[in-house]
Design a protein around this ligand. Structure first.
Ligand code: ATP
Ligand code: MG
Length: 181
């Protein structure tokens, strides 16, 4: 039996309090790269600090493009960035997202941590709903981050909630290189 299937662009949401949302989105892009499908990963919150995925996905360019468009976490992790800078960065990321979802270049568009950007009032939920509306029908759009808006969940075709059962952070164990960043 042929595994070639008809392409239907899905709206995919990875949300919930447990770990694995960004990892799942990256895994999907890596899988797709095996078929020479192109993905763009736009990181809404993460800023310029180093990440393993940033380094290794460079090796998968041009199948995967990863763009750190954020200014770090808003109001946590010793955030000294003024709110207006976060807002500006999120709006710039949104502009990139609008271009990406209309581009024939990509099969997958990942908006990493966009749910936090909505939750933190950096992006309007309406703007994300508009992205869903305007995207090319063949593009898979992946939205990550906890606190996904019910309106996005309602529009999505696939929603997975990562549920925290245990996290080493609860025991005071710090983020581990290669596992957390
Ligand atoms: P990952 O990037 O590891 O797939 P994630 O995308 O599900 O995690 P985020 O909410 O984006 O998680 O959080 C980013 C960072 O916070 C990551 O370093 C992750 O390991 C850590 N983290 C995720 N879930 C938890 C949790 N339940 N408790 C503490 N830290 C967490
Ligand atoms: Mg994440």
């Amino acid at each position: 039996m042929s595994r070639k299937t008809e392409n239907k662009g899905l709206v995919i949401v990875y949300t919930g309090s447990g770990k694995g949302k960004t990892t799942a989105a990256i895994g999907m892009a890596v899988r797709a790269a095996g078929y020479n499908q192109k993905s763009i990963i736009i990181q809404f919150i993460k800023g310029t600090w180093k990440s393993g995925e940033g380094q290794s996905l460079k090796k998968l360019y041009p199948q995967i493009e990863i763009i750190p468009a954020g200014k770090g976490f808003v109001k946590i992790l010793n955030d000294r960035e003024p709110f207006k800078n976060h807002l500006q960065a999120a709006q710039a990321a949104l502009k990139l997202a609008r271009q990406a979802v209309r581009s024939h270049k990509y099969q997958i568009v990942v908006l990493d941590e966009i749910n936090y950007a909505v939750k933190g009032n950096l992006v309007l939920v309406k703007d994300v709903l508009d992205l869903i509306k305007m995207k090319l029908p063949s593009i898979h759009l992946v939205l990550t981050g906890n606190y996904a808006s019910p309106r996005l969940i309602q529009k999505a075709d696939l929603v997975t909630e990562m549920k925290e059962i245990k996290h080493p952070f609860q025991k005071g164990i710090k983020a581990q290189e290669g596992i957390d960043y």
